[in-house]
Design a protein around this ligand. Structure first.
Ligand SMILES: C[S@@+](CC[C@H](N)C(=O)[O-])C[C@H]1O[C@@H](n2cnc3c(N)ncnc32)[C@H](O)[C@@H]1O
Length: 151
């Protein structure tokens, strides 16, 4: 495992290039719009030609042609939120994990999540601006979606 701060692009030096797949799952909402643009550009550089970037996050749909407008929570979202909160709570009770939780809390003490949420079309446009050839919806459930962008 490699620890990396996605708010900067320093990780690319260690990641090298030629990767087939890069994923960011439920993480880009921690970043500012500028940092997301930089992340997508850095991910493109780290991918091999034909490689794919997959970004899954809260991406309430903002009316992409041919897609339903989805701005309200889906039916499973409340249950998923509860399961997520329970998961963190159970994790913090595991003695081996406690130290890591403290280190994580210290890391984020002065860096609250940006809480930036944009529709899938914003992320697709950001990926295209970063030089990806194709970018679009890979998956959606309620307000959550996954973007796939192909180098
Ligand atoms: C909602 S969790 C998702 C974790 C994992 N990807 C998953 O799907 O289970 C978001 C993760 O992003 C991490 N994160 C937030 N900002 C980050 C940053 N600048 N660099 C690297 N990771 C970050 C947080 O520590 C947290 O573990």
């Amino acid at each position: 495992m490699v620890g990396a701060d996605l708010a900067s692009t320093a990780w690319t030096a260690r990641a090298g290039g030629g990767h087939d797949l890069i994923t960011a799952v439920m993480t880009v909402h921690y970043l500012s719009p500028a940092a997301i643009h930089a992340l997508y550009a850095a991910a493109r550089e780290a991918l091999a030609p034909g490689g794919v970037l997959v970004v899954a996050d809260l991406m309430p749909d903002d009316g992409l042609p041919g897609l339903m407008r989805v701005l309200d929570p889906g039916p499973g979202e409340a249950a998923a939120e509860l399961a997520w909160a329970r998961w963190w709570s159970e994790l913090s009770a595991v003695p081996e994990i406690g130290g890591l939780m403290d280190a994580r809390a210290a890391l984020f003490r002065d860096r609250p999540p940006a809480g930036f949420t944009a529709g899938l079309s914003w992320h697709a446009a950001a990926a295209r601006t970063a030089g990806f050839g194709e970018a679009g919806a890979l998956w959606r459930e309620g307000r959550h979606a996954a973007l796939a962008a192909c180098r």
